[in-house]
Design a protein around this ligand. Sequence first.
Ligand SMILES: NC(=O)C1=CN([C@@H]2O[C@H](COP(=O)(O)OP(=O)(O)OC[C@H]3O[C@@H](n4cnc5c(N)ncnc54)[C@H](OP(=O)(O)O)[C@@H]3O)[C@@H](O)[C@H]2O)C=CC1
Ligand SMILES: N[C@@H](CC=O)C(=O)O
Ligand code: NA
Length: 437
Amino acid sequence: MAFKIGLLGLGTVGTGTAKILQDPTGRNPLLQTIDIHRVGVRSLDKPRSVKVPSEVMTTDLESIVTDPEIDIIVELLGGLEPARSLILNAISHGKHIVTANKAVIARYGAEIFTAAEEKGVYVLLEAAVGGGIPVIQPLKQSLGVNQIHSITGIVNGTTNYILTRMESEGGEFADILADAQKLGYAEADPTADVEGLDAADKIAILASLAFAGRIKLEDVHCEGIRQVSAADIAYAQNLGFVIKLLAVAKREARVATSEPESEMLQIRVHPTLVPQAHPLASIHGVYNAILVEGEPLGQVMFFGPGAGSGPTASAVVSDILNIAAVLKTAGETHHLHPLLSCVHQHYCSIAPISELVTRFYARIMTKDRPSVIGHLGISFGNHGVSLESVVQIGFQNELAEIVVVTHDVREGNFRKALAEIQALEAVDSIPSILRVL
Ligand SMILES: NC(=O)C1=CN([C@@H]2O[C@H](COP(=O)(O)OP(=O)(O)OC[C@H]3O[C@@H](n4cnc5c(N)ncnc54)[C@H](OP(=O)(O)O)[C@@H]3O)[C@@H](O)[C@H]2O)C=CC1
Ligand SMILES: N[C@@H](CC=O)C(=O)O
Ligand code: NA
């Protein structure tokens, strides 16, 4: 039994996917049953680093998703449209879907999975989070018996590369971003990466799987790394931390509720001070890592290449293989395999960021006066913020630079204290506020 795929996109990931499929030797024998039937691209004249017969290539992507001979559509276009419409059209024509498109899944997952469920087709997306790192299927299958408490990940390679270089070289964000773009690590438009939006898409997808419910992307609190300065990296190092862009999804029992059963999630992306001894502190450069904590397993960490042609294609082809395997064994039955499909109906409740309880780091620029630290202490105390450490190390433009690290505090209280501090006559500015893991 052979399976025909329609490949939408022959860019970085599409090329890697075609290369694996064209060279099945030494891989799972099932790959020999998979045939690239059509390939859709934007430009037929572009030079390609993979050989695909010209009669297979087309710019008419609609004709691929409606082709009656094709079993599986592999969407590797990127962007929201036409990717979303093509996926939906393919589903309506009974095709299974493999996609690496976290942006589409995080926004239109409900629509796409509902349509897929109705049509009895699979939508697999291993490549969409953590690139080549297996994390989606493990959450669905190997970890499925665990009650997941939290997922904490470094899921964006571009920002991890920038932060790693800021740490090792002491450079500023904008200079290293420009260099990363020259070297091809960061995209020409790095907005989705540096603003944390790419990581927000990914943690929304992981949370949906881990907590078995749909996630509205607008409920995910998202901060990027533009505000992280060389000074913060240096202070963090002195205090025993590294700064990482973390994506966190966590189960939190509701305290102030009359319904004991009700449960909320925290889902957030922000730069975070991570203790140097924490496993995520040692993830450098473009690598990704995802730490999953659950009961009874405890902690498990997935680590590896979160992007790149070959690694991402490895995840794409593993999804193709999974679909081929179940189709081969399912025979005439049209029931979806419950460990591969996704049938969540309800939306998870997400707690507002003001209810988060965490430690904070703040860098405060003040006039250099004897009583300033005392005044800061009083304002923090007024809002129940207890301080773990206060250091005054440097001066900038005749202003004293005071760094505080708090004990656990409700974010809403901490923000009120900062508002009071900002209004003090001796306080010039608060250039950095970061959460501490
Ligand atoms: N690159 C990576 O490391 C990773 C990428 N991903 C995801 O994989 C997907 C693909 O990314 P990547 O391979 O990097 O993207 P590329 O930009 O390298 O490739 C996109 C491909 O899609 C084709 N394409 C795009 N829009 C259209 C359109 N409107 N009509 C026809 N063809 C179109 C392009 O055609 P043409 O070649 O003619 O221009 C190109 O072949 C994205 O969703 C991305 O987020 C996920 C993890 C890692
Ligand atoms: N832009 C992403 C790559 C794919 O998801 C990243 O930098 O991690
Ligand atoms: Na993955």
